[in-house]
Ligand binder design. Structure first.
Ligand code: ATP
Ligand code: MG
Length: 742
């Protein structure tokens, strides 16, 4: 059989070979959907004569995109560069940058993230004289986002508004839209919506992309919203010249309803493409049957489901799922840590192949504390992100102004930060000037000197601010982003302020700024080396490209590579981030009713079903060792709160789970080096890690005699791969494993 088709089962092979009509692959978790996409790309290139430039593959995160590219790279080599393997947002941005002029935009338009957008809304709420408690910017942002995801513009929102609430939203939306435009900025939803608009307003542009991308593929299709779906339809077309489309998804894993994702997309797919072929994949290659049975037991309780699926696995039943109810969250975390040590110790898993999932970011803390104490290497994905820190955002605001002189939100953020005598009153005066001349706020700052309406006390500060921005803008024309940042950090006096501060936190802030410069430097290096994306990316080592890179960073991008360090690190993340990933060992934690399912979701059946899908996603990430834990009692604002067991636990057939009592976690006791002493000794400390060479003969308390075949790491990280004569040699961490040299 063809090389590109080996390692695929029959329906997978069909999906890879299918040509012509649109293809929909709906299949459960771990059935090889992503694998099919990757092989399909390779097959298109290798067998069907497609050029890499004709391929557009959409994945959900930048990280997934990088992985897919890597796999294709391994299959076909550097030719893969010309493919577009991107998220919806990166692909649309790339298109928008090229076509900006058609929409009357400057090419250097700015992206407003959630925080920027909320600031702008706060400002609008204030200006419209609304009560921000009753109409919170957060709520308004969600309402506007919902409209945008449905491709409803401000005019349409206004004309269909029929009560006070919808009218108010429409008013704010119109203002918001205008202000974005004035600031030459787009929010995340606009990135998609404007691309759809571009294709609709300029059919010839749509056609040129359709002629270019003859093969369009979308992973995690269940999480696309209406705007994204429409984009795909516009791009692929429905006429004679339509491109080949292949989408893969699982309705049971749809977990982004709050971002407008809807199962409707699968129904619409079959309506818009009546000749679409649907392929089902039923064999799961990831998990043991026990894990699948548990996942099926849970998801079965949802009424809103796609097709009935009968997922099965060839992996055998595997071990039982282990459950633990802690006395509190610290006990829960300690049990998890104990269990990780136990598994790693026995050579049954590595840190890098272990993940901890929870419902909300705040839950990571208890785990971090115990991991630090026990020396378990770990990484928390998400949480308070680097780019959300105040000092980082401040500097990025300065940087954004060098790329886009009309960026109002950024200018308002930093015009008096560090303080330079431009107080609230002066800001209001400049705003009034901007409104009078219908220009952006930063432009009004530049014209403050000509206007009588600006108080003279604020003028020197405004002038200084404009000088700093102008000088950096000039520099940005030729210098890489890290140099511009360096200059800004110095010119603004921001660093000086932090250095002179007595606040101990400010030291950390200085480090964060250094880190930001380092990130920019790394970005430049990557671009120069050409490792970032392809030759067609229009990507340069300049400020706009760097800002775009920063704007599109997502939590999932920082998921550590299992191979990145010796033995890797345990990954902690929310369930939402876990989508599409797999790990040998999984701990699904915090299974307390009110926490998971989240209490906000408990009154609405639709929301509860979404939580259940989230549980299904979590359960199906595990290959071999699945653990379910809860705390029962948790500290909430310093008070113990009692929780009942998550209702999802009761949905898992009882005989699949082996519960341990809320006893202290098994003490880490390692048997004596020489079993004949029979006396347990406490865990090795790093002092007595045995020094081994390849070829040495050893004895392991559990596995018996073995021979060292490979070594890596040193000190407490030293690991040995030992052949015990019973199949694959096992990796053990010498600090932990009961191994003695003979
Ligand atoms: N035919 C096959 N033979 C061997 N292994 C396979 C086969 N198909 C898939 N796998 C493996 O099964 C695992 C799950 O595959 P993949 O991640 O593609 O599934 P998925 O359907 O995309 O899952 P999810 O719904 O979680 O995104 C991967 O490790 C993959 O390499
Ligand atoms: Mg997948």
């Amino acid at each position: 059989m063809n090389d590109l088709l080996t390692g695929l089962n029959e329906p997978q092979r069909q999906a890879v070979e299918h040509a012509g009509s649109p293809l929909l692959i709906v299949a459960g978790a771990g059935s090889g959907k992503t694998r099919v996409l990757t092989h399909r790309i390779a097959y298109l290139l290798g067998e069907r004569g497609a050029h890499p430039g004709e391929i557009l593959a959409i994945t959900f995160t930048n990280k997934a995109a990088a992985e897919m590219r890597e796999r294709v790279d391994a299959l076909i080599g550097p030719r893969s560069r010309a493919m577009w393997v991107l998220t919806f947002h990166s692909a649309c941005l790339r298109i928008l940058r090229r076509e900006a002029h058609r929409l009357g935009w400057k090419q250097s338009f700015t992206i407003y993230d959630t925080d920027d957008a909320r600031r702008l809304l706060t400002q609008i709420v204030k200006e419209l004289g609304l009560d921000s408690k009753k109409h919170s910017p957060r709520w308004l942002a969600a309402e506007i986002s919902r409209l945008k995801n449905e491709l409803i513009g401000p005019d349409q929102a206004a004309s269909s508004a029929d009560d006070a609430r919808t009218k108010l939203v429409a008013d704010v939306y119109a203002q918001y839209d205008e202000r974005l435009r004035l600031a030459q900025a787009v929010d995340f939803d606009d990135i998609i919506g404007s691309t759809v608009h571009l294709f609709r307003a300029f059919p010839e542009v749509a056609k040129s992309y359709r002629m270019r991308f003859r093969h369009v593929m979308v992973d995690e299709y269940q999480d696309t919203n209406h705007a994204q779906y429409t984009l795909v339809r516009e791009l692929v077309g429905t006429g004679d010249d339509r491109a080949e489309l292949c989408v893969v998804g699982d309705a049971d894993q749809s977990i982004y309803a709050f971002r407008g994702a809807t199962i409707r997309n699968i129904i619409e797919f079959e309506r818009d493409f009546p000749d679409a072929k649907t392929i089902l994949l039923e064999q799961n290659y990831r998990s043991t049957q026990t894990i699948l049975d548990a996942a099926n037991g849970v998801i079965r309780n949802n009424t809103e489901r796609g097709r009935e699926k009968r997922l099965w696995s060839d992996e055998g039943p595997g071990g039982r799922i282990l459950g633990h109810t802690g006395d509190n969250e610290h006990d829960e975390a300690a049990w998890v840590a104990g269990r990780i040590d136990e598994l790693v110790d026995a050579g049954d898993t590595s840190f890098g192949d272990t993940a901890i999932f929870y419902r909300t970011n705040a839950q990571s803390r208890a785990f971090e504390e115990v991991f630090v104490r026990r020396g378990i290497p770990y990484k928390v994905v998400g949480g308070v992100r680097f780019y959300e820190r105040k000092e980082v955002r401040d500097m990025l605001a300065y940087l954004k102004l060098t790329a886009n002189p009309d960026d109002t939100v950024s200018a308002m953020r930093v015009v008096n930060n560090p303080k330079r005598g431009v107080g609230d009153r002066a800001v209001a005066e400049v705003e009034a000037l901007a409104a009078r001349l219908r220009i952006s706020f930063p432009e009004a700052l530049h014209r403050a000197d000509e206007s009588a309406g600006i108080s003279s006390r604020a003028r020197p500060g405004i002038r200084r601010f404009c000088e700093i921005i102008d000088a950096a803008t000039e520099l940005a024309k030729t210098a890489p982003p890290e140099e511009v940042l360096d200059r800004l950090i110095a010119d603004t006096g921001y660093l000086e302020g932090l250095e002179q501060s007595k606040d101990p936190q400010d030291e950390g802030r200085i480090e964060n700024l250094q880190e930001l410069v380092a990130v920019a430097h790394e970005f430049t290096e990557q671009v120069v080396r050409g490792t970032v994306d392809d030759d067609e990316a229009d990507l340069e080592a300049d400020v706009p490209s760097f800002l775009e890179h920063v704007a599109l960073v997502s939590d999932a991008d920082s998921i550590p590579d299992p191979e990145s360090q010796e033995g890797g690190v345990v990954t902690l993340m929310t369930l939402h981030t876990a989508k599409g990933l797999e790990f040998d060992t999984v701990f699904l934690t915090g299974l307390d009713d009110g926490l998971f399912p989240h209490e906000r979701s408990m009154n609405k059946p639709g929301d509860l079903e979404e939580e259940r899908r989230l549980a299904y996603v979590g359960l199906t990430r595990a290959r071999k060792h699945l653990h379910l834990t809860r705390a029962g009692t948790r500290n909430v604002f310093g008070q113990p709160e009692y929780y009942a067991a998550s209702r999802f636990l009761a949905e898992i057939p009882g005989d699949l789970i082996e519960w341990s009592e809320s006893a202290p976690p098994p003490a880490r006791v390692v048997k004596s080096k020489s079993p004949s002493f029979g006396q347990p000794i406490v865990m090795r400390n790093s002092g007595d890690v045995p020094v081994l060479d390849v070829g040495d003969r050893v004895t392991h308390d559990k596995y018996g005699l073995g021979r060292v075949v490979e070594l890596k790491g040193s000190g407490p990280r030293a690991q040995a791969r030992i052949d015990f004569g019973d199949g694959e040699p096992k990796w053990v961490i010498l600090r932990l494993a009961p191994v003695t040299k003979l």
